[in-house]
Design a protein around this ligand. Structure first.
Ligand code: ZN
Length: 113
């Protein structure tokens, strides 16, 4: 009964990366979701709750964690959530292209904090 709309072309949902504001197909972005327990990475993209999207690229996460993400999700990111998100961020590539070859660039004495 409910076959009103013929769907020949697939509609690709577009989303904005809250880090750099670029608009991209949803599938190429990582979804974050606000849950009652806090802000989480949503690998399935299907979790219920207010969502925000980010590139899988560290620079975007860094920017997002400075405030854009909290704003997009209309919540505050708790220290625990931040830890969690930073841990996730650490698994991401630094930048898309221009990767400096791994020749002797180790900073063993990088101060944290
Ligand atoms: Zn981005």
């Amino acid at each position: 009964m409910a076959k009103a709309k013929p769907r020949r072309t697939k509609h690709i949902p577009q989303r904005t990366c809250v880090g750099c504001r670029e608009v991209l197909p949803k599938r190429s972005l990582i979804r974050l979701v606000r849950t009652p327990e806090g802000v989480k990475v949503d690998p399935t993209g299907k979790a219920r709750g207010r969502g925000a999207y980010l590139h899988n690229q560290r620079s975007c996460w860094e920017r997002a964690l400075k405030g854009a993400l909290a704003q997009a999700l209309r919540t505050e990111i708790s220290p625990a959530d931040r830890e969690h998100l930073l841990a996730f961020m650490a698994t991401l590539p630094e930048e898309e292209a221009t990767s400096q070859a791994l020749t002797g660039s180790r900073d063993s004495e990088a101060p944290t904090g």
